[in-house]
Design a binder for this molecule. Structure first.
Ligand SMILES: Nc1nc2c(c(=O)[nH]1)N[C@H]1C(S)=C(S)[C@@H](COP(=O)(O)OP(=O)(O)OC[C@H]3O[C@@H](n4cnc5c(=O)[nH]c(N)nc54)[C@H](O)[C@@H]3O)O[C@H]1N2
Ligand SMILES: Nc1nc2c(c(=O)[nH]1)N[C@H]1C(S)=C(S)[C@@H](COP(=O)(O)OP(=O)(O)OC[C@H]3O[C@@H](n4cnc5c(=O)[nH]c(N)nc54)[C@H](O)[C@@H]3O)O[C@H]1N2
Ligand code: SF4
Ligand SMILES: [Mo]
Length: 737
């Protein structure tokens, strides 16, 4: 499935170190959180991608990065707004005025009839910081709706919640990526980086070359697991028990760092008592991981000079995702890792701006700077920057899945504005979500291609792509980077910031900018006494990303994710700036927790967590576990990558991966079409036989829609804290089609 050079780059790639000339622009890949540095050059024929030295990718790019520019001049590119014609029920081209007027008029009518919360906004972790910030402000100040959330809820939310609970802060990696290479022991839990962040593999290669232990926990022998010195292959949904068993062994063997636990943490006793019940033999029965492997892994972690534990979606996308991450954090704390040089716990953020996208206010419960929307001081500060009265800011809204699922209920949203997500393919239990979207009075999608979600919309707004806009992104290390435009958007296309500004202008003109009827109370003065409002930004929406960033800096000042000292010039000069960075004359913060944790007492928190079964267990009717995930050559819902020739060739279609023993029991041969049924729907795809997967588990990638949509099957059971859906385990039945 994967075709990787040892250093993680894709073979056939252009050589690094090409000399740059004037029109070249240094920017970053549009896709994942590694945000690999690349250089763009416009030739008369096309835009060329060239490799570039940057600390995360060191000149490497994966196949998606190399081919990213192919979407810029693609025939599927949208270059005019589309509106649904009431007579034909088809989408037809429209002018911007007609499209935006229709959106503004419908929103005004719905809000007059049903109130501000009848309009919902759904954002994405691929949006720049500026766009995520503007979208959150637009929802709260212009629409006055509490209903805004984003696809990061399906991605980062479990690790975010666990990190906040334990450390008082949620920054994916609290140390630079390069630290991985120096770890004596590195544990990857549910992370298939060889396919999801290929250039990162060079750090693993370096780590092993230094004699390090690389332990991978995954129910499949992935390209990443093949690199490991030890692979644990548990049943999906049993990582929490595995983590508790590792800690049980560490306690028994005396590998707990007593000084660290005493001076830097709180709550260990309860955790020690709770893991006492996780006998390795018992956890072997529950997870399928042999006792000997649990002992080897615990020893490698417990006796290492430096050790790093990383989780990704395999451990996190469960209805117990927060507690599972907590179990690994407990292990890391007991071994004294967080804050010790070269050691620590981290989570691998996924989307290009998965980190920044969760800091600046597109999350239902959040205001910019990672502030809580239910905290009066936070509300006062941000209201001051926005030039509105704190009482006029709405409260917390519904989480992503709950929001989409509430469409069509009496109090649910009647209009939805989507920026940067394709939930018809990527939401759990997608058949149901697709029906819900059909119940809307107004669906507006801003995108550059007609995604499956855009195809359902009443209004489609064509927006600029990454190479046509400026802005900032925050990568998986918490490093704020510059996205730089090579060229302006094509004729007929606007940037997302311009779309938001135009909509706000129309809605304010209609008297909807304030409380839905009067324009609201505005105050130009500082309401928090911090003097940061600078007269208030009012409800203006600049289209210039640099102005938006300056406002974001003020809005985030004093918050947890403090960007006040980050400037575009500094980012250029310093190869990115790590937040928090509270002042221009202060350095950024590459490493957190060296002395203290940002909790009220400065200590990290242990919390006892107990194993529980998956929300849906196997049964005679649905006897197999389904887990889902990614392949190298496709990205997310596939809206972008399924349109790129070389990627389509590399990964042309969905498949169901199953063990040959299981296949023979089912009478299925390699390449046969199979139907997969769950309690929620069915999926059809060719079988791919592989002895790299457990015989009780099947795997499907989620990058395709239609009949091959894996999310027709997945379970919408949510984690009680993070509201993360259980993408990584549900019960299915497989038949030959
Ligand atoms: N090629 C590619 N790269 C991407 C993306 C993409 O779509 N395509 N998306 C980006 C984004 S947004 C994200 S979030 C990241 C995700 O990056 P990853 O988390 O690495 O990706 P996944 O494939 O979702 O899941 C990783 C592994 O979890 C395993 N797994 C499944 N169930 C379990 C379980 O119960 N326990 C354990 N321990 N493992 C389990 C799967 O077998 C899979 O190999 O990738 C980013 N990079
Ligand atoms: N079964 C299963 N489902 C999953 C997962 C899984 O592991 N298994 N993983 C989940 C995870 S981790 C994630 S992150 C989600 C991701 O799933 P989605 O939220 O659907 O993410 P994308 O496919 O990246 O959707 C982005 C859409 O916005 C467009 N777009 C990209 N950039 C921009 C921009 O700057 N502006 C605008 N206006 N549009 C833009 C793209 O063309 C595309 O149509 O999927 C989740 N769904
Ligand atoms: S998709 Fe991720 S790993 Fe691949 S080039 Fe882009 S940023 Fe790098
Ligand atoms: Mo993600």
């Amino acid at each position: 499935m994967t075709d990787l050079a040892r250093d993680g780059t894709h073979p056939g790639a252009p050589p690094p170190g090409v000399t740059m000339s004037a029109p070249d622009v240094d920017t970053h890949c549009p896709y994942c959180a590694l945000q690999c540095g690349m250089t763009l050059r416009a030739t008369p024929q096309r835009v060329e991608v060239r490799s570039r030295q940057f600390p995360t990718n060191r000149g490497g790019l994966c196949q998606k990065g190399w081919t990213a520019a192919e979407l810029l001049d693609h025939p599927d590119r949208l270059t005019t707004p589309l509106v649904r014609d009431p007579h034909t029920a088809q989408l037809r081209p429209a002018t911007w005025d007609e499209a935006l007027d229709r959106v503004a008029r419908t929103i005004t009518g719905l809000q007059t009839a049903y109130g501000p919360d009848s309009i919902a906004v759904f954002g994405g972790g691929g949006l720049t910081n500026e766009k995520a910030y503007a979208l959150g402000k637009f929802a709260r100040v212009t629409l006055r709706t509490r209903n805004i959330d984003y696809n990061g809820r399906f991605c980062m939310s479990s690790a975010a919640a666990a990190g906040n609970r334990a450390f008082g802060i949620d920054r994916g990696l609290p140390f630079p990526l390069a630290d991985l290479a120096g770890a004596d022991t590195l544990l990857l839990v549910g992370a298939n980086v060889a396919e999801t962040m290929p250039p990162l593999v060079r750090y693993l290669v370096e780590q092993k070359a230094r004699g390090g232990n690389l332990i991978v926990i995954d129910p499949r022998v992935t390209a990443t697991a093949r690199q490991a010195t030890l692979h644990l292959q548990p049943m999906p949904g049993t990582d929490l028990a595995v983590a508790n068993a590792l800690l049980h062994i560490a306690v028994t063997e005396g590998w707990v760092d007593k000084d660290y636990v005493e001076t830097r943490t709180a709550g260990f006793d309860a955790v020690r008592r709770s893991v006492a019940g996780y006998w390795p033999a018992q956890v072997e029965r529950l997870s399928g991981v042999p006792v000997a492997d649990l002992e080897t892994a615990a020893r490698a972690l417990g006796t290492a000079g430096t050790a790093i534990i990383l989780t990704a979606r395999g451990a996190e996308q469960h209805a117990k995702g927060v507690d599972t991450v907590t179990a690994f954090i407990n292990l890391a704390l007991a071994l004294g890792l967080p804050g010790r040089p070269g050691s620590g716990y981290g989570c691998l953020t996924g989307q290009g701006n998965g980190q920044g996208g969760r800091e600046h206010g597109q999350k239902a419960d959040q205001l910019p700077g990672y502030r809580r929307i239910d905290d009066p001081a936070a509300r006062a500060h941000v209201a001051g920057v926005w030039g509105v009265h704190p009482d006029d800011l709405p409260g917390p809204g519904l989480s992503a899945y709950e929001l989409l699922d509430s469409i069509g209920s009496p109090t649910g949203p009647r209009a939805l504005l989507v920026f940067g997500s394709n939930p018809v393919v990527s939401a759990p239990r997608a058949g149901r979500i697709q029906r819900r979207l059909g119940d809307l009075d107004l669906l507006v999608v801003a995108d550059f291609v007609l995604s499956e979600t855009a195809a359902m919309a009443d209004v489609v707004l064509p927006t600029a792509q990454w190479a046509e806009e400026d802005g900032t992104m925050t990568n998986l290390e918490g490093r704020v980077l510059r996205r730089r435009a090579l060229r302006p958007p094509p004729a007929g296309v606007r940037t997302d910031l311009s779309v938001i500004a135009e909509l706000a202008r129309r809605l304010v003109g209609d008297g909807m900018a304030g409380n839905g009827t009067t324009g609201g109370r505005t105050t130009g003065s500082a309401t928090d006494g911090s003097g940061t409002t600078g007269g208030g930004a009012g409800s203006s929406f600049p289209e210039d990303p640099r102005l938006v960033f300056d406002e974001l800096r003020r809005a985030s000042a004093g918050g947890i994710a403090d960007y006040a000292g980050v400037t575009w010039d500094r980012i250029d000069a310093e190869d990115g700036v790590f937040w928090p960075c509270p002042a221009e004359d202060r350095p950024g913060t590459p490493r957190l927790f060296a002395e203290t944790f940002p909790t009220p007492d400065g200590r990290a928190r242990f919390l006892p967590v107990e194993h529980r079964p998956a929300a849906e267990e196997v049964c005679p009717e649905y006897p197999l576990y389904l887990t889902t995930g990614r392949v190298l050559a496709q990205y997310q819902s596939g809206a972008q990558t399924r349109r790129i020739g070389p990627l389509r060739t590399a990964a042309p279609n969905a498949f169901l991966e199953l063990h040959p023993d299981l296949a023979s029991r089912l009478g299925v041969a390699d390449g046969d079409e199979v139907t997969v049924h769950s309690r929620r729907g069915e999926m059809r795809a060719p079988a791919r036989l592989s002895d790299t997967i457990r015989a009780d588990t099947v795997f499907a990638p989620f990058h395709w829609g239609g009949a091959a949509r894996a999310n027709s099957l997945t379970n919408d059971a949510l984690d009680p804290t993070s509201k993360m859906p259980e993408f990584k385990v549900c019960a299915v039945r497989v038949e030959r089609a």
